[in-house]
Design a protein around this ligand. Structure first.
Ligand code: B12
Ligand code: SF4
Length: 509
């Protein structure tokens, strides 16, 4: 028998109010398993349900000894070799490398026995529903959990950053045990959705819902009332297992620029269109989380913390008065606005207010390529930013990629020049192979049947929302030589210890 305590009435779409909203047992499994901090989306879901009176149980794999992947750290020579193989364009190596990649992906995406075991145990308690927040690489785990939920007669609700893409929900909707997929930000209406689910009412009254039979409601609009989103509840995460206590938060969602042709963040459920919170609400959250977790370290997960320079400045001005000794990090975009919030003086003030590390999308050292990507940045602007940030005391991290469609040996040479010239000012470079993700302008370009790029598409992986494409001209000797230079420069940067003031934040981004 379920608990059936009355809770305060919750608002329904169109002003309906359920008369018998009950306290329900809800099970949530965190499919992300970070070794260093709790998952923001899960904290929001838990808080939203608990604030409405529900009894939430969270399974965090780390608490059950499931190994969590560490991200970046000072690299060894073996990391350099692994990257060279990973990014190889030499035709002979490519075939073996691709097979090894597939194998690794298959291994990484295997459902973890312990997660399934713990979930099954919790399902035996007959919660009213099980909720999963999934990245697309979690498909097989979600499928297995769906089977377990179905066997126990517990409805499963699925959400996550990419389910606002119709093709993706479509590719996932036949998973067993699934009651519905939700593609939208549910900070405020999750209790209503859960209420309808457990009462077997029509979920299509909510925006962004797809049912297993393929029927769906209209797309969910981006959530505007961000200040009304609950303070995330991270109390069930295994804090004793984190090497340093760090609280993740978001001061804004989306990106004010929103133009980069490759960017899939801005097509995600929470990344569509820019919205920012008030400084007051961000500071309330900072203070409250510091109190709950005796923690002074914060990780801003905003796509672009300087989208609204006033918000960035507000954080800088207020942080120390809210949490004495606060240290924090975030990601910015070095755009060309007259006021982008990233002047030398502003970066210096940020360091005084506890900022220790900054990450940004450098992408390439070629202006022509930056322009083709519509990155909105200049090579000189990026270089100036890196030097300023380093000089004021920040640890600088940059993300970059190889293989943007049409990239030439010359583009790579310029990238190598850039890294060699700015080597001394950077702590980490994350250098990946380029992926084309669904919903992005570049995806539409390669997916279109009229464009010549379309001929290079190998296949569209709908479940993972990405296109695999073949590259031309990247196997040439000059391209490979230039790439080897870039990789040497990346390794020279990454093998160093990072700035000591920022070490608590190593490997987080
Ligand atoms: C910050 C971030 C990180 C951080 C922290 C991650 C974290 N979860 O805390 C770090 C750097 C660690 C990280 C790592 C990775 N990330 Co990441 N990350 C993000 C980013 C920028 C924001 C995530 C976030 O916190 N959003 C804020 C919350 C509030 O939004 P949300 O998660 O969408 O949740 C809302 C709704 O979706 C909905 N919802 C969510 N879950 C559920 C569940 C139910 C039942 C319901 C009803 C609704 C619902 O309501 C929520 C509240 O509004 C997103 C981009 C983006 N715009 O989302 C990428 C993103 C999530 N990451 C992505 C990826 C691929 C990764 C990596 C795999 C990258 C890599 N190759 O290493 C790793 C995975 C690490 C791991 N799992 O072990 C992809 C996932 C795409 C996919 N394939 O599904 C994204 C979308 C980026 C992208 N566009 O490609 N990431
Ligand atoms: S600046 Fe960053 S978040 Fe904004 S569109 Fe470009 S890559 Fe995406």
């Amino acid at each position: 028998m379920r608990d059936a305590h009355q809770v305060s009435a919750v608002a329904m779409p169109g002003g309906m109010t359920p008369l018998n909203a009950r306290r329900e047992k809800i099970l949530i499994v965190d499919l992300n398993n970070f070794s260093t901090f709790p998952t923001l989306a899960i904290g929001i879901l838990v808080a939203s349900l608990r604030n409405a009176g529900h009894d939430v149980k969270l399974i965090s794999p780390l608490a059950h000894d499931v190994p969590a992947a560490e991200r970046e750290r000072a690299e060894r020579f073996t990391d350099h070799i692994a990257r060279r193989i990973h990014l190889s364009t030499f035709p002979g190596i490519r075939i073996a490398r691709n097979a090894a990649r597939e194998l690794r992906r298959w291994r990484n995406e295997r459902p973890h026995r312990r997660v399934l075991h713990e979930t099954n145990k919790a399902l035996a308690d007959k919660p009213a529903a099980i909720l999963l927040s999934a990245y697309l690489q979690h498909y097989r785990t979600v499928k297995e959990i769906g089977r377990l939920a179905e066997a126990q007669g517990v409805p499963m609700l699925l959400g996550g950053p990419m389910f606002n893409l119709e093709g993706t929900s479509e590719a996932w909707r036949s998973i067993p045990g699934l009651a519905a997929i939700v593609g939208g930000e549910v900070d405020l209406n999750l209790p209503d959705i859960v209420h309808c689910l457990t009462e077997h009412r029509n979920l299509l009254q909510f925006d962004g819902v797809m049912l297993p039979d393929g029927t769906r409601s209209k797309a969910a609009p981006p959530l505007r009332e961000l200040d009304a989103s609950p303070v995330p509840d991270f109390t069930d995460f295994p804090w004793d297992r984190y090497r340093v206590h760090i609280v993740p938060l978001m001061a804004s969602r989306g990106c004010q620029w929103s133009k980069c042709t490759f960017c899939s963040d801005i097509v995600s459920a929470s990344g569509r269109s820019f919205r920012s919170r008030s400084v007051g609400s961000v500071m309330d959250e900072v203070r409250e989380q510091a109190r709950r977790h005796q923690c002074t370290n914060f990780l801003f997960l905003d796509l672009k913390l300087n989208s609204n320079p006033n918000l960035f400045r507000g954080i800088v001005e207020n942080m120390q008065s809210q949490v004495r000794g606060a240290e924090w990090i975030g990601t910015v975009h070095v755009d060309q606005r007259a006021d982008n919030g990233l002047s030398y003086r502003e970066l210096k003030a940020a360091v005084t207010s506890g900022m220790r590390r900054v990450s940004f999308g450098l992408e390439t050292g070629s202006q022509a390529l930056l322009d083709r990507m519509q990155k909105g940045s200049t090579v000189e602007g990026n270089a100036e930013f890196i030097r300023n940030a380093h000089q004021v005391g920040l640890s600088v991290r940059a993300t970059m990629f190889r293989g943007y469609p049409g990239e030439t040996a010359r583009d790579l040479e310029l990238t190598a020049d850039f890294l060699e010239q700015n080597f001394a000012y950077m702590d980490r470079v994350r250098y990946n192979d380029f992926s084309i993700l669904e919903g992005t302008p570049i995806y539409d370009e390669v997916n279109g049947d009229t464009d010549q790029l379309a001929r290079k598409v190998i296949y569209l992986d709908k479940k993972r929302a990405r296109a695999e494409y073949s590259e031309s001209d990247t196997g040439s000797v000059s391209y490979r030589k230039a790439k080897a230079r870039v990789l040497r420069a990346v390794y020279a940067i990454n093998k160093r210890q990072m700035r000591s003031s920022a070490r608590a934040f190593d490997g987080l981004m």
